[in-house]
Design a binder for this molecule. Sequence first.
Ligand code: CTP
Ligand code: CA
Length: 224
Amino acid sequence: LLAGAGGRPLAGKRAVVTAGPTFEPIDPVRGLTNRSSGKQGYAIAAALAELGAEVTLVSGPTALGAPTGVTRIDVESALEMQAATRSALPADIAVLSAAVADWRVDTIAGGKIKKGPGGPPTLALIENPDILAGVAAPGPNRPALVIGFAAETADLEANARAKLSRKGCDWIIGNDVSDDVFGSDGNAVLLVTADRTEAWPRQSKTAIARAVAARIADHFKAPE
Ligand code: CTP
Ligand code: CA
């Protein structure tokens, strides 16, 4: 360890973190979104900054203030989140925790859609790009460590492991969202890497974030 680096082991490292939901407009007053308070992602951004990393937080709409020492870029839609995330590269570390809406409406109505005798509108949806898979894809801008999340209501480990290989990221943090997670200050997660799975017991989102940041610092000290 370099003298003086003990408290800030991530000094000199750049990190990009996504957090919160995305909001996909239907018309000027309505939209599709996902459940996410942003608390876990914000806590990870704060914990990385505490360890000395230079952190850009790309955030969907949340009620949270930017953590101290973190540069926040506010976005709404998945396409905006993707552009802002790309603009934060190159980085050494990417932690993509956002609850990205999987679909957006194909054509956003320019004016408010009115109720009428014709009944409800039919919304044609198209799939949003996978921001995580794009960041994790091989290339000159791929961060050395790319971490995704998996929000599941069943088969957490199998689904998390499937996402690890499908998206090409290095670690997946699996969340069972059938528990009390959304908006809560507590969380229990699985850390899934290529060669092992660890179950972390329920603890505060701040404690999980500090443990993730410490694990990231270890990784750069002694690459796996
Ligand atoms: N993710 C992303 N871009 C998307 C969808 C997801 O970057 N368009 C990221 C999330 O930020 C998270 C990870 O991919 O880190 C897994 O998200 P999740 O919703 O659990 O997985 P999906 O691949 O969307 O699969 P599904 O929702 O069908 O389970
Ligand atoms: Ca999804």
